[in-house]
Design a protein around this ligand. Structure first.
Ligand code: PRP
Ligand code: URA
Length: 223
């Protein structure tokens, strides 16, 4: 029973039939943003289950209606780092299964010409009180935004960082892994390629994931 596949060291992609059906609905250009938003949270919950496969737990005694037995508590201080704005679309889905996680948003957008990440909001403390940082962004395209965020966490002493995204491109996976070989990547789906620079009017902008979902922020927020 294989519901997640490690396609290369440290890169995990869903094999679960339900994530496949939900991503298909999200891809559909006719899906309304209300449904798109719900689907994003549902898939984010799956990503959280997958990414926390090695979470530390500590035993504690618990009394059931029938007997005393040994149970477990999560022994991690999990910090969610959604990349504004589209990363917000994954927060509730992860919190639904890791409710004690703290949330540390970072504002980064991609320059439309250069595709370089531009940081416009960053209030992380000099040392972050977390044992595991989960960077959240639906789209891993060139990987610039993810890598910039991971670098911020590393600078603040976070040793264990994972990236959780809905759709990745091979270019983004390669970029992040080549810079941070210890950062695991969890994706619902790995897509084919990125759009090249437009050659003629009507061509899509550069750096979009194909087939992808389009602009995840716009689709989440209906803009
Ligand atoms: C999108 C997306 C990622 C980034 C991915 O954000 O949500 O943050 O692009 O691209 P990259 O891997 O090439 O860096 P966008 O810049 O559109 O900002 P937004 O979320 O505010 O719309
Ligand atoms: N950002 C998006 O929202 N979609 C893409 O395909 C690439 C970057």
């Amino acid at each position: 029973m294989e519901w997640v596949r490690e396609i290369q060291p440290g890169v995990f992609v869903s094999e679960h039939p339900l994530t496949k059906t939900k991503i298909t609905l999200m891809r559909d250009v006719n899906t309304h943003h209300r449904e798109f938003r719900n689907l994003a949270q549902e898939v984010a919950t799956w990503l959280a289950w997958a990414a926390l496969y090695d979470a530390r737990i500590k035993p504690r005694q618990v009394r059931t209606p029938l007997a005393e037995t040994t149970g477990y508590d999560l022994d991690e201080r999990v910090g969610l780092v959604p990349i504004l704005r589209a990363g917000l679309g994954l927060v509730e889905g992860v919190l639904s299964v890791v409710p004690n996680a703290t949330v540390w948003p970072v504002g980064i957008y991609r320059d439309e010409e250069t595709l370089q990440p531009i940081t416009y909001y960053e209030k992380l403390p000099p040392e972050m009180p977390i044992s595991l940082g989960l960077v959240l962004d639906p789209m891993l395209a060139t990987g610039g935004s993810a890598a910039a965020t991971i670098a911020l966490l590393k600078k603040r002493g976070v040793k264990r960082v994972k990236f959780l995204g809905l759709v990745g491109a091979p270019e983004g996976v390669e970029f992040v892994r080549s810079r941070f070989s210890d950062v695991e990547i969890f994706l619902a789906v790995l897509d084919d390629h990125l759009t090249p620079p437009p050659q003629k009017p009507g061509d899509p902008p550069a750096g979009y994931i194909v087939p992808g979902l389009g602009d995840a922020g716009d689709r989440l927020f209906g803009t």
